[in-house]
Design a protein around this ligand. Sequence first.
Ligand code: 3PG
Length: 333
Amino acid sequence: MGSYITYRAPKHNEKAPENIFLTTLVNKMKILIATEKPFAKVAVEGIRKEIEAAGYELALLEKYTSKQQLLDAVSDADALIIRSDLVDAEVFDAAKKLKIVVRAGAGYDNIDLVAATSHGVVAMNTPGQNSNAVAELALGMMVYAVRNFYNGTSGTELKGKTLGIHAFGNVGRNVARIAKGFGMNVLAYDAYCPDEAMTAAGVTPVHSAEELYEKSDIVSLHIPATPETKQSINYALLSRMPKGALLVNTARKEVINEEELICLMSERPDFKYVTDIMPASDMKMHELFEERYFSTPKKMGAQTAEANINAGIAAAKQIVDFFTTGNTRYKVN
Ligand code: 3PG
């Protein structure tokens, strides 16, 4: 936090020490948006308004195809806004002036937090800002799967089915709200969420992942990718699901043990898998499970104008707030 005072722009009516004012005039702060998968244009314009109103300069690197482009672009950036873009030690090494990186979204497993800290960079996310978009996609994918991928054959309905929500965070809560509208019976498992929060949302808490999978016709994954959760959705867990089971993944591919999922689906012709994060074995799964596997070509849960506006502008505001007041509320490192 030591460096923010040096770069802080003077607030309206505030008399800044002369040397600070000169620094900001001569060296306008540069905020870089680096998004391999761009925000909607309207969101970029919203971010630009926030950044320019604060007296900073906005730089844009979209749809980049090589890491070198990112390394070049960050070299003079004071702040960085990203999505699922990989920000590792090499990026921090190249970003000599960087003080803050904000992941416009929920999951920050794409940021090397140890490297961020060792480079004195604050890392933040924007929790909750894109969760409705992801939840809507999860329900959309459920309908798509239970209607047999719109192949013209007779499917089933969501009404009356039991949905198991694995992790009751911002996305899980939105999934519950929408699923209840469909008339589903909603269960949730989250070791970090008190039962009362679930019951208040009209959701039945269960107390182990095993119980959740045993009792649910459909499981929707909303766990982050952490050392504890990686590969945790495995054969032992999935084989507990009842006949006609459906697994919906709008979380992260890393949480799935793909080899064991393939093994289970080979043994269980009734089991379907739909995912918004293309598995490493996408080709193989298409070949093996043509009628009961689907992946979006590119993660699109948060790919709505609304989510881009919410998360992008929240990121911009957090950066301005950090530089002007030192606020680190959403710091994750
Ligand atoms: C998130 O963690 O916020 C979601 O996975 C969305 O990621 P995206 O911004 O790369 O679409």
